[in-house]
Design a protein around this ligand. Structure first.
Ligand SMILES: *Cc1c(COP(=O)(O)O)cnc(C)c1O
Length: 398
């Protein structure tokens, strides 16, 4: 049996997306050209823009197509050093950025880089469930803060933040609000008006669309500075000839999400509950990470002290099951997940954690197969680990 339980890392193309992209494969015109070839490409790009705007409650011209979720996040954060250098005529922007300790690496790394380029960056703590500390946010906010960037749903533990409240707090102190909604869009209802955000990030390949395409919502009237400069594509907000095929695929992916999202959310929630119960009943000494209720219905993060996450991943892979340890970007490094550490999980437990992320193709049979394989896998690894003593003494003997 082949079981893909790593949908937060990436998703397969939706068959409808694949079909539409395959049919459009010969559409090669440059959307900036005025002839028929160009007009055809332009029509498709604008059609996708309309669908995506409608899906998140934005106006068409508030959607900027970019090359990835990472690029969208880089663009928003970089705006604040760009703007403070007076790149945007007439705007002198506040250059302190507040973000969190559990963001995706594309936000964290960019923040750290910007700190060397004149920005001040402050990182919010989270509680044991991964929720942002709102009292600390209130303390940090002040007339120096230009941007608050908080992810809507976490890719590793699934915790969902109260973006509406955070955006209100940011705006009351005169700061702008960005949310990385890559894991939220297509899994939860996302409406930019209701959330009250100025910027919002979307990525194609996390919602059964193609890789290498993303969309950035930029609220009308918000100061902006392109990260990629050159031609006048995207109304001067992102240079470079549009990824027409990718954009078309993203538009279709969003359409399919609108149809499938609600029913799928229920279904995956039921599967997650079965997984959780089965793991609890069959495996000793485990611990779930993330928020018990305010969490993505597809994401389950669990720690097995005494079993290395990488070992679990490799043994499960041998049985045809794909999961991940921490984020895909962080695997390959031996550092424990920064997200788990931020929730107060000790390094030992963080090392023994895996993320199971379900998706639209997941079935209850797959869940049952997982519940058959996982307990003996953990037992096997723990048996090999001389350092493991049930109940916690393992930490001392690493
Ligand atoms: C995957 C992911 C990204 C990066 O998106 P790419 O399109 O792969 O660059 C950003 N933020 C979160 C929360 C993600 O899960």
């Amino acid at each position: 049996m082949k079981v893909y339980f790593d949908h937060n890392a990436t998703t397969p193309l939706h068959p409808e997306v694949k079909k539409e992209m395959a049919e459009a494969m010969d559409m090669f015109g440059n959307p900036s050209s005025m002839h028929a070839w160009g007009r055809e490409a332009r029509a498709n790009v604008e059609d996708a823009r309309r669908r995506i705007a409608a899906f998140v409650g934005a106006q068409d011209d508030e959607i900027v197509f970019v090359g990835s979720g990472s690029e969208a996040n880089n663009t928003v954060l970089s705006l604040f050093v760009c703007a403070s250098n007076m790149c945007i005529p007439g705007t002198k922007m506040r250059s302190t950025i507040i973000t969190t300790k559990i963001e995706h690496p594309c936000v964290l790394e960019t923040s750290e880089c910007l700190a060397h380029r004149g920005a001040r960056v402050k990182f919010l703590d989270v509680d044991r469930y991964g929720k942002v500390d709102l009292d600390q946010l209130a303390d940090m906010l002040g007339d120096d803060v230009g941007l608050v960037s908080v992810m809507m749903a976490n890719n590793e533990i699934g915790t969902i933040q109260d973006i509406e409240t955070i955006a209100k707090m940011a705006h009351e102190s005169g700061a702008m609000m960005h949310t990385d909604a890559v894991q939220a869009v297509g899994k939860l209802p996302v409406d930019v008006q209701r959330l009250g955000v100025d910027f919002l990030t979307i990525s194609g390949h996390k919602i059964y669309g193609p890789k290498g395409v993303g969309a950035l919502y930029v609220k009308k009237g918000t100061p902006y500075c392109p990260l990629i400069r050159g031609g006048h594509q995207e109304r001067g907000r992102r240079a470079g000839t549009e990824n027409t095929l990718g954009i078309l695929g993203l538009g279709k992916a969003v359409d399919m999400r609108a149809i499938e999202m609600e029913a799928e959310k229920q279904l995956l929630g039921d599967m997650k509950a079965v997984l959780k119960k089965g793991i609890e009943e069959q495996i000793d000494d485990i611990c779930f990470n993330g928020h018990p209720t305010e969490s993505l219905s597809n994401t389950l993060n669990v720690s097995f002290p005494g079993a290395e996450g990488e070992a679990i991943l490799l043994y499960l892979d041998l049985e045809g099951i794909a999961v991940s340890t921490g984020s895909a970007c962080a695997s390959g490094s031996l550092d424990p997940s920064h997200v788990l550490l931020a929730t107060g999980v000790d390094a030992e437990r963080a090392h023994g954690s895996i993320r199971i992320s379900l998706g639209r193709g997941s079935t209850m049979q797959e869940v049952e197969y997982m519940l058959d394989v996982l307990p003996r896998t953990i037992q096997r690894i723990r048996n090999m680990s001389t350092a493991y003593i049930k109940g916690g003494a393992h930490a001392a003997s690493r």
